[in-house]
Design a protein around this ligand. Structure first.
Ligand SMILES: Nc1nc(=O)c2c([nH]1)NC[C@@H]1CN(c3ccc(C(=O)N[C@@H](CCC(=O)O)C(=O)O)cc3)C=[N+]21
Length: 301
């Protein structure tokens, strides 16, 4: 074995980092409570996907724990798009609701874009409305998607200043890959985005100081993609059937081989997942402050 292979990577502890974010959110929500304000989060779930139901339950529990009132709206997949739009109009107008999250994916009968555009951008805690996407691209302080923002926090914690680093994002979804690239660019990284049509993707990824993987393919990225000493963030959450019939969570990164060559890596579970939920709570607080600040400035006239 070479010296390189004997050095195991540092584990980036997403649960511990998420607890710190949540403690800060709780302090902020207590401060708002002193002003008579209780942040409110609406979570809308359409369809019976069991994994989605687990995530939603986790989100509601975490919200209550940090002093955010949560409201769940659950429908089966016969819900009409018009009915969903009517609900969103009601939530937009409700001053008790500061954040709105529509769990994705939606059933194929519903136009996802139309639904996301119907959310008041100031209540868009997922950061999926085009107004917030545009703000993110321009480097404004917009509501930014939770998963990539959580990844960025883990990277800053691990690396400190990211300026000048070569970051490679693998995957180009609107939910993770594209906003991740925008956030890294705002941190002054040189950013490359790898996708299904990239030529020689391993060789490109191997040039990176930072690799963020969000492709949705179990254990696709192995040690051949990684430069020794790189920092690796694994966004994937895949359920894999084991030989004994039990299922196990695995990421998009082949953890066993990459952990031997990277300097630091996020585990699955316990990496990016808990940060996504923590950042959702953070965005709900940010949205609440935004809405009350603009209400106050209007009251001056
Ligand atoms: N509008 C919308 N916003 C989302 O943020 C959103 C969504 N739709 N649809 C589904 C995905 C998935 N997602 C996860 C959040 C936390 C964990 C999480 O906490 N995972 C734990 C393990 C959970 C387990 O054991 O299954 C971990 O990685 O340690 C996972 C997945 C948010 N999503």
């Amino acid at each position: 074995m070479s010296a390189q292979e004997t050095t195991a990577a540092t584990l980036i502890d997403g649960r511990a980092c998420a607890e710190r974010v949540l403690a800060d959110v709780e302090r902020q929500s207590q401060a708002l409570r002193q002003e008579g304000i209780t942040p409110g989060l609406a979570v809308v779930l359409v369809g019976e996907d069991p994994a989605s139901q687990v995530y939603v339950r986790n989100k509601m529990r975490k919200a209550e724990a940090v002093g955010i009132r949560s409201f769940e709206y659950r429908f089966d997949d016969t819900l009409k798009q018009a009915e969903l739009l009517t609900l969103l109009a009601k939530l937009n107008a409700d001053p008790e609701i500061n954040g709105i999250l529509v769990q994705l994916p939606l059933p194929a009968t519903i136009d996802e874009h139309a639904v996301l555009q119907a959310i008041d951008p100031r209540k868009d805690v997922d950061g999926f409305h085009v107004e917030n996407v545009g703000g993110l691209i321009q480097g404004r302080d917009a509501l930014a998607p939770c998963t990539p923002t959580g990844c960025l926090q883990l990277l800053k914690q691990q690396c400190g200043d990211l300026a000048g680093k070569h970051a490679v994002v693998i995957g180009r979804s609107n939910i993770v890959g594209k906003p991740m690239a925008a956030l890294l660019l705002a941190e002054h990284c040189s950013v490359s985005v790898i996708h299904s049509r990239s030529v020689a993707p391993e060789a490109l990824a191997r040039q990176a100081d930072i690799v963020v993987v969000a492709v949705g393919r179990p254990e696709m990225v192995d040690a051949r993609w990684i430069k020794p000493g790189a920092v690796v963030i694994d966004v994937g959450i895949n359920r894999r059937q084991q030989h004994d019939g039990k299922t196990r969570l695995v990421g998009d990164v082949d953890f066993a081989s990459v952990a031997l060559i990277a300097s630091a890596i996020t585990p699955v579970p316990g990496g990016v997942g808990p940060m996504t939920i923590a950042l959702l709570m953070h965005n709900t607080l940010k949205a609440t402050r935004l809405q009350h600040a603009s209400a106050e400035s209007l009251a001056l006239f």
